[in-house]
Design a protein around this ligand. Structure first.
Ligand code: 4GY
Length: 221
């Protein structure tokens, strides 16, 4: 899979995507990631990428010309172009799975007060938000999306972890888990988990997952 990113802060991307599973996926050639500075697509001598909103109001907008030229330069026929802003549909695991099936993504970061509406109309195939709060720009949300998508690429996780994604797909929160020691500072691991009775353990875990989901995330049931 190839992912291109358009942002005014390319330096933010050094670090989070150079570690752990995303790093391995990149080294293994499962993910080709390219970060582009939107400012490189401004062509006046001041490299202007923003302008004041028609009709007045506070703040600045991303002006259309650099975005149009950048997307025209970077997006191919098969590229899914996704704007990232709080006005998008809320990103979740199902959307991560859909995106992991795409060949090329171009993720475009929101900055200032947002996009000129014509960018939405003409360039965007979709618009995503990572949640109902306002960040300073879309770079962190883009890294969140890349991280969630990359771990779903075939071969990105070891076998043990890929089974875990399957257990998330039943749509419940995870059951409580414990590792050694069985008695830690007087806190005991539930007896059933030490019993060796795998049918009982499976039953306990599914009950616990259901109870935890009912109390913490009833919206998932
Ligand atoms: N939340 N999910 C988000 C964000 C920064 C104002 C538009 C979010 O995706 N992006 O908060 N982005 C805003 C700042 C202009 C982008």
């Amino acid at each position: 899979m190839r992912i291109d990113v358009l942002t005014l802060f390319p330096a933010m991307f050094a670090g989070p995507l150079d570690e752990s599973i995303v790093k391995r996926a990149r080294l293994a050639g499962l993910l080709e990631l390219k970060i582009h500075n939107l400012r490189d697509y401004a062509h006046d001598r001041h490299k202007t990428v923003d302008d004041r909103p028609f009709g007045g109001g506070p703040g600045m907008l991303l002006k259309p010309e650099p975005l149009f030229e950048a997307v025209e330069a970077l997006a191919g026929e098969e590229t899914k172009v996704i704007l990232v802003s709080p006005a998008g549909r809320t990103f979740n695991q199902a959307i991560a799975r859909e995106l992991a099936d795409e060949k090329d993504l171009l993720l475009v970061s929101g900055h200032y007060e947002g996009f000129d509406e014509r960018v939405r109309q003409e360039l965007a195939d979709d618009e995503l938000s990572i949640g109902d709060y306002v960040l300073t720009n879309g770079s962190l949300p883009i890294m969140v999306i890349i991280d969630a998508v990359t771990r779903l690429l075939p071969g990105a996780l070891g076998d043990e972890q890929s089974a875990h994604e399957e257990s998330f797909s039943h749509g419940l929160l995870e059951y409580p888990q414990y590792t050694r020691p069985a008695d830690f500072r007087g806190m005991q691991v539930p007896e059933v988990l030490l019993s060796g009775n795998h049918a009982q353990i499976a039953k306990w875990r599914s009950e616990q997952a259901r109870m935890r989901t009912a109390s913490r995330r009833p919206d998932l049931l």
